[in-house]
Design a protein around this ligand. Structure first.
Ligand code: PAF
Length: 286
């Protein structure tokens, strides 16, 4: 695996690699890698002739009171893991390389970008859309891999890819969980032992709602209520949102007849965690 710190070098490699028979796969990350990231890398490895992973803790997607400075940085270990997974290139630019002085162009998906996490993290998805646009331009992938865990990010990026005609396919891989159900996240390492137990409220909430959704009388409103109830009844958990929405528009679902996204966000101590689950379209009874 070659580690590439500059845009110019990365572009030269991509230019040389691109032929009609190559398939370039991109796995963008902010490092602090866990099994969720590695599952993206493995899927990319299985489908692409060239796999590019990126590690860049993107300052543009962190709000002023968020965890940019303390975001976990485990570069050596990440490099080791990516190498073991057979990644060909690791693009790991500095902040100055990505945003040189004078840079001012932003990519905004204004409606979707202000829903769910976008509502409580103003500017977050503008930062994500801007950096992902740059990474897509620099690495020119045929396939780009993202985790379903970040369901709102997936909706925003799908819209962006369509609106800006990026010539690629987005591949969304399932959320990877710990044995007890906690969705893997780089932020889980902030949790104390007690908070680690409290954090299970998120996956428990989704499972409760999933079970409830099997009842004929269930509606988005009853699911929302049950989700809020489960989250708020756990000590140490402060709810940000409990949403039952259309996975593409992120707007409240009217009924459960189409595929529906159940999504939660909550602070456990000072750590903000998210999780979600896709409910398949309800079969209409004859
Ligand atoms: O999902 C992430 O880790 C980040 O939002 C991404 C897509 C790498 C952009 O910085």
């Amino acid at each position: 695996m070659q580690t590439i710190p500059t845009i110019r070098e990365m572009q030269a490699i991509v230019r040389a690699a691109k032929t009609s028979s190559t398939t370039i796969g991109l796995v963008p990350t902010m490092g602090a890698l866990h099994e969720g990231h590695l599952s993206l890398v493995r899927t990319a490895r299985a489908h692409c002739s060239h796999v590019i992973a990126t590690i860049f803790v993107n300052p543009l997607q962190f709000g002023p009171n968020e965890d940019l400075a303390k975001y976990p940085r485990t570069f050596e270990r990440d490099t080791e893991l990516l190498m073991q997974e057979g990644v060909d290139y690791l693009f790991a630019p500095s902040a100055e390389e990505m945003y040189p002085q004078g840079a001012q162009t932003l990519v905004d998906v204004p409606e979707l970008g202000n829903r769910l996490d976008g509502a409580s993290r103003p500017g977050h998805f503008r930062g994500v859309a801007t950096v992902v646009s740059k990474l897509l331009h620099i690495t020119q992938p045929d396939l780009a891999f993202f985790g379903q865990k970040d369901a709102a990010q997936v909706a925003v990026l799908r819209r962006m890819v369509r609106d800006l005609n990026f010539p690629l396919e987005m591949v969304v891989c399932p959320t990877v969980r710990e044995a007890d159900g906690l969705a893997m996240s780089s932020r889980n390492r902030y949790l104390s032992n007690e908070e680690r137990v409290q954090a299970l409220a998120l996956s428990r909430t989704l499972q409760t709602a999933k079970t409830l959704a099997q009842q004929a009388a269930a509606t988005p409103a009853t699911l929302r209520e049950a989700m809020l109830h489960t989250l708020t009844s756990t000590d140490g958990v402060r709810v940000d949102y409990a949403a039952v929405v259309d996975p593409e528009t992120l707007l409240d679902a009217d009924d459960l007849s189409r595929e529906t996204l159940l999504a939660v966000a909550a602070w456990v101590g000072t750590t903000r965690l998210i999780d979600n689950l896709l409910l398949p379209a309800r079969e209409v009874q004859p």
